[in-house]
Design a protein around this ligand. Structure first.
Ligand code: SAM
Length: 258
């Protein structure tokens, strides 16, 4: 009992100081994040003489969705260039989809050619991103609307997209679905994003991922993936998950709830 309370307290404190980098005016991690955002914006401006930067900004101005910032966009772009995935799943469509499609266009026809699927549960956001997406990139990405469903993984509750296509995903960007069934409504249980686990379970090759600032999911995945494959990057407010295979997954009973 006492250790449970202490554990919760330690989680809250580390969330506040380390993951949320608060209080902002005192916390050196927050200062590093500000510098990193500026540096990332500068680096994106340098891609193809500002072409990617222009496409991101144009889409951002028209987008109703809350989402990533320049630090995230640069992290996504530079990770794709480093990892060279062949089949990507983006969980949570939005302005970040421009970065994925831009990368796919840049490697089309080369040995690094890649397929991008972007999935979103909310029909409004799904239709919005299609409506404002740059025409010149639309053939480099496939947008899909899929319902958000829940399951239990051992003692933890997860959420994921129903009926994803049966493709050989080797890279996932985790920025959706929403952690609660109704966004921000605390009467619904908070769930971790389980698409990564579901895909690794069915995969016969290693799968990597970038996890946006979703600390609840970070903690759940750390408990459900053995070894040291998850690295949280505090100045980038993202985690990189490196080459996980079925053998790395902790065995738990899975109970579908929807
Ligand atoms: C945070 S958005 C990010 C989209 C995209 N990856 C980006 O950064 O451009 C992803 C998740 O949040 C939800 N969402 C997007 N905009 C929202 C908003 N304004 N209010 C509530 N939920 C939102 C979406 O349905 C999706 O589950």
């Amino acid at each position: 009992m006492a250790s449970g309370i202490l554990g919760k307290g330690a989680n809250r404190l580390s969330s506040f100081l380390y993951y949320q980098a608060k209080p902002g005016f005192l916390n050196p991690i927050n200062f590093m994040r500000v510098l990193n955002r500026r540096r990332s914006e500068k680096l994106i401006r340098q891609v193809d003489g500002g072409k990617l930067y222009g496409l991101i900004n144009k889409t951002m101005e028209a987008s109703p969705s809350t989402g990533c910032d320049y630090s995230d966009y640069w992290m996504i772009y530079s990770t794709l260039v480093r990892v060279r995935p062949k089949c990507v799943l983006e969980c949570g469509s939005g302005v970040s989809s421009v970065v994925f499609a831009y990368y796919a266009a840049s490697v089309a026809g080369s040995e690094h050619e890649t397929q991008i699927i972007s999935v979103e549960e909310n029909l409004h956001y799904h239709e919005s991103i299609i409506a404002i997406f740059p025409d010149e990139l639309s053939s480099n990405i496939t947008f899909m609307q899929r319902d958000r469903v829940e399951a239990r993984y051992g003692t933890q509750q997860g959420c994921y997209y129903r009926d994803l296509p049966d493709l050989k995903f080797d890279f996932i960007f985790i920025d959706g679905p929403t952690d609660r069934r109704v966004w921000s409504d605390k009467s619904f249980p908070k769930c971790f994003n389980a698409d990564f686990l579901n895909i690794v379970r069915k995969s016969d090759h290693p799968v990597s991922a970038l996890l946006d600032q979703r600390i609840f999911t970070l903690r759940a995945l750390r408990s459900l993936i053995s070894g040291d494959r998850i690295t949280y990057l505090p100045t980038r407010a993202m985690a990189f998950i490196s080459g996980v295979t079925r053998r790395d997954l902790v065995e738990v009973e899975i109970l579908e709830l929807d």
